[in-house]
Design a protein around this ligand. Structure first.
Ligand code: CA
Length: 228
């Protein structure tokens, strides 16, 4: 397996050192940048497989770094994992909507850090063609062409919106999506989003999925994810 190169943007020297040490020990090649400005310069080289990005940075903050990198061709698809402190839920939501792939809340264990990074590196955004193929996950079989869902051998009758939400989440197990991202994916970006409209869809879906409904997990303060 090729060595993955990870860029870590973090202004707190002790955290940068800890993260660098642990990732290097796991076989990753790690480069640290202590500010948003230096992180941007480094990321623009286009040589990294993943960016671990602290959100609270002096100068250009992490959300701005994320926004800028997503706009630039060389870094538009660079996987980004945000490092956040407790209570930064609004920033996490904003970051995910700007295109960050995942987040880790400080303090975190080295084991969680490497597991999350490996999970994001494994992720493959589904191609349009693959998105149309029937697939099964956790006893749920989803056929996108026929809008057909079977749970443990039983057909389940979903509304078009419920189907859209389930398909969107189940295609990307382990990914956390905000309510805005879910509704935009299902309804288009001109559809008015209220937290409640999304929550109502989720409640209906869980009920109809029965025991399999637990696979749709609530991520408090952020949104929803399908169990990995
Ligand atoms: Ca910081």
């Amino acid at each position: 397996m090729a060595t993955h190169r990870i860029l870590v943007v973090e202004d707190e020297a002790d955290i940068l050192q800890l993260v660098t040490y642990n990732l290097a020990r796991e076989g990753f090649e790690v480069v640290g940048a202590p500010s948003g400005e230096e992180g941007l310069d480094e990321a623009r080289k286009g040589i990294y497989d993943l960016l671990l990005l602290d959100l609270m940075l002096p100068g250009i903050n992490g959300l701005d770094v994320c926004r800028m990198l997503r706009r630039e061709e060389a870094t538009a698809r660079l996987p980004i994992v945000m490092l956040t402190a407790r209570g930064e839920d609004i920033d996490i939501v904003t970051g995910l909507e700007l295109g960050a792939d995942d987040y880790i809340t400080k303090p975190f264990s080295p084991r969680v850090l490497t597991a999350r990074i490996r999970a994001v590196l494994r992720r493959d955004k589904p191609s349009l063609e693959a998105a149309e193929q029937p697939f099964a996950i956790h006893e749920i079989t989803i056929d996108p062409r026929r809008f057909h869902v079977v749970v443990a051998g039983q057909a389940v009758d979903l509304t078009a919106t419920e189907f859209g939400v389930l398909h969107f989440l189940a295609r990307r197990p382990g990914w956390v999506f905000t309510r805005t991202q879910i509704i935009e994916a299902v309804k288009g970006d001109d559809y008015p989003v209220t937290d409640r409209s999304v929550d109502v869809q989720i409640v209906g879906l869980r009920r109809k999925l029965g025991d399999a409904g637990v696979n749709i997990e609530t991520v408090r303060g952020i949104g929803y994810r399908f169990k990995e």
